[in-house]
Structures are given as structure tokens and as C-alpha cells.
Design a protein around this ligand. Structure first.
Ligand code: CTP
Ligand code: CA
Length: 221
């Protein structure tokens, strides 16, 4: 039986999502990564697919199963994530949930580095491209809705507002990660857009995903 249109508010829309951490290698056996289980991004991908969207999920290394109806592209580094995102534009909606590594090693050692004699090691890091900003400020293929996340341990609203502006996003889901968020099934989220912040609450990542899909569906009509 055909689903009522109301249950498929994102039917015909392409939703492009990043999720999980990135992994930036230092040598063949080591690297730098971020804390992210991928649960929030995967919950949003699942909710978008359930809402009828065509979903492309560009995922860093996580141990989660791909939600039904979602096309998953696996990547490791921020640069690979950047390439994969741009290769999958155009989209109606971009949601940057990934905890993208801000830095990568300037040079990746070809062989495993031995620890040697000294007690200190310095590594030169260079900045990675900002994927969200590159989509939010895209001159020709900017999606109608560009949504970012911000994980903060303090000044959640102020930093969220700043990221909204600097990244060319329509909304930022600002997350207080000062307690109990990583690996957890719950989150503390406030949505900040041009009309200001909505009051946050403690909710499950599934509930946060459903709320965000409602917000997106309303914005696209
Ligand atoms: N982001 C991105 N590419 C990067 C860094 C961040 O796409 N190289 C995205 C994240 O996916 C998230 C948003 O930008 O949607 C905010 O990430 P966050 O780390 O909070 O912001 P930064 O701009 O990196 O600032 P900082 O880490 O200094 O707070
Ligand atoms: Ca960052």
C-alpha cells in the first residue's frame, strides 16, 4: 500500500550527510582521530531515508551498520571526505555531522616510525579543508539547506552563532559535550538559525534526528 505523502515529507529530495570521525595517518600504524561514534549522523541518515529522501552518507570509520535505504560512502581522512562530498553534489540538503579532523600530518611517514631514544616528539600539522564551509559557500551547487553541528564544552550558543555565520550555514545544531555525549544514546542539543536559538533539551539521538527532519521538511515546503 502506498504511504501517505505526509509520512514521506522528503520524497524526491537528495540529502547528503557526513558522519563519524576522520582518521589522519601519521605513519602506517598510527594516526590522529576525533571522538565520534557516528550514532547521531547515522540516526539522521535513517530518519531522512524513512522520510522518503535519497540519502548519501559519507562516513568516517565507525562500527555501525548502514541504515536501510541509505547509500554509504566510506572514507578515512578529511581530504577524502571533502572529495566524496563534492563528488555527490548536487543535493537539496547537506548535513555536516562528522567530527572532521581539523589537522593532518604535513608529511605521512612511509614506514613505521621507531620510538628511538628521546622523550619528546614534535609533529607538524597542517589545516584540513572545511567541508561544511565549502558547501555552505559553494558558488554554483549550494544546497537549499546547509546544516552544521557544533560540539562545544562551553559558550555553546555564542560559538554556535559564530559558526552559523562563518560557514554559510542555515542552521547549526549546537551540542553541549561537556558531559555524557560521546558514545551515548542521548544528547543535549540546541538548534540555532537566523531567528535565534531554540531552547535545548536532553533527548535521545533518535529524537534529535526526528526533530531535525521535521525542521528540514518544514523549511523545504
Ligand atoms: N566541519 C567540516 N570540516 C572541517 C571541520 C568542521 O565540515 N574541516 C564541520 C563539522 O562537520 C561541523 C561543523 O563544521 O558540522 C563544526 O565543526 P567544529 O569542529 O565544531 O567547528 P570548527 O570550525 O572546526 O571549529 P573548532 O573545532 O575550532 O571549534
Ligand atoms: Ca573542529
Amino acid at each position: 500500500t502506498a504511504l501517505k505523502p505526509k509520512t514521506q515529507p522528503l520524497k524526491g529530495r537528495h540529502v547528503l550527510i557526513t558522519a563519524g570521525p576522520t582518521f589522519e595517518p601519521l605513519d602506517p600504524v598510527r594516526g590522529i582521530t576525533n571522538r565520534s561514534s557516528g550514532k547521531q549522523g547515522y540516526a539522521i541518515a535513517a530518519a531522512a531515508a524513512q522520510a522518503g529522501a535519497q540519502v548519501t552518507l559519507v562516513s568516517g570509520p565507525v562500527s555501525l551498520t548502514t541504515p536501510d535505504g541509505v547509500t554509504r560512502i566510506d572514507v578515512e581522512t578529511a581530504q577524502q571526505m571533502f572529495e566524496a562530498v563534492h563528488a555527490h553534489l548536487p543535493a537539496d540538503v547537506f548535513i555536516g555531522v562528522a567530527a572532521v579532523g581539523d589537522w593532518r600530518a604535513k608529511t605521512i611517514a612511509r614506514d613505521k616510525q621507531k620510538k628511538g631514544e628521546g622523550d619528546e616528539l614534535s609533529v607538524t600539522l597542517v589545516k584540513n579543508p572545511d567541508i561544511l564551509a565549502s558547501v555552505g559557500k559553494h558558488e554554483t551547487l549550494r544546497p537549499r539547506l546547509v546544516i552544521g553541528f557544533a560540539a562545544e564544552t562551553r559558550n555553546v550558543e555564542v560559538y554556535g552563532q559564530t559558526k552559523l555565520r562563518t560557514k554559510g550555514a542555515d542552521a547549526i545544531m549546537a551540542n553541549d559535550v561537556s558531559k555524557d555525549v560521546f558514545d551515548a544514546d542521548t544528547t543535549n542539543m540546541i538548534l540555532i538559525d537566523a531567528s535565534g536559538p531554540t531552547s535545548g533539551r536532553h533527548m535521545t539521538k533518535t529524537e534529535a534526528a526526528a526533530d531535525l527532519i521535521h525542521y528540514i521538511a518544514a523549511k523545504l515546503t
